[in-house]
Design a protein around this ligand. Structure first.
Ligand code: ZN
Length: 181
């Protein structure tokens, strides 16, 4: 791999371009890339910068699911390890939403260490944004269901990184109290 700083900068640039037309679901409609940089920063901090592949995976984790990027694009630009990690955390969008959510709970236990860390950071970011910018039209029940589901997915990711788990738990506790889950 080329210099890590170069690769990381290219991953941030590519993610920002690929998601440039997308906004977060929340009422504040923040640029989607804010979610990606938040996840990447959380992963970098939790691993003290020791795992550039993981941080690149954080930046790129929604490119296959939500943009026209292909697996081959990711291999060519960022190498097979990063591409495989992104593929591991990508849902099959041809399936109905409720099935995809159930599969995340069922399949996460058999995922790689990096994929599990990415899941924790992703769910933490999502809980934080539900709290400071809940999506318009989401009922209390839907918010509660999301909080419970996020904890179900993260349950099988524990025991790998205490710092990241603590951040999830803090977001989860606040969300649980806020939405009564
Ligand atoms: Zn995400």
């Amino acid at each position: 791999m080329d210099n890590d700083v170069v690769k990381l900068s290219q991953a941030a640039d590519y993610a920002a371009r690929q998601h440039s037309a997308q906004r977060r679901k929340g009422a504040r409609a923040e640029p989607y890339v804010n979610h990606l940089t938040e996840v990447a920063a959380m992963l970098a901090e939790a691993t003290d910068g020791a795992d550039p592949v993981l941080v690149m995976g954080g930046l790129l984790h929604d490119t296959l699911e939500d943009t026209d990027a292909t697996y081959e694009d990711l291999v060519a630009r960022f190498g097979p390890e990063v591409a495989a990690l992104v593929a591991e955390v990508t849902d099959d969008k041809s399936l109905p939403k409720d099935v995809r959510k159930r599969l995340q709970i069922e399949k996460t236990p058999s995922k790689s260490r990096r994929a599990k860390l990415l899941k924790i950071a992703d769910k933490t970011s999502n809980l934080q944004s539900l709290m400071h910018s809940p999506p318009a039209g989401w009922t209390e029940e839907r918010l509660r269901d999301y909080v419970v589901w996020a904890a179900d997915v993260v349950r099988s990711c524990r025991g790998l990184n205490a710092k990241l788990e603590a951040r999830f738990d803090a977001a989860y506790d606040t969300a649980r109290r806020r939405f009564g889950a």
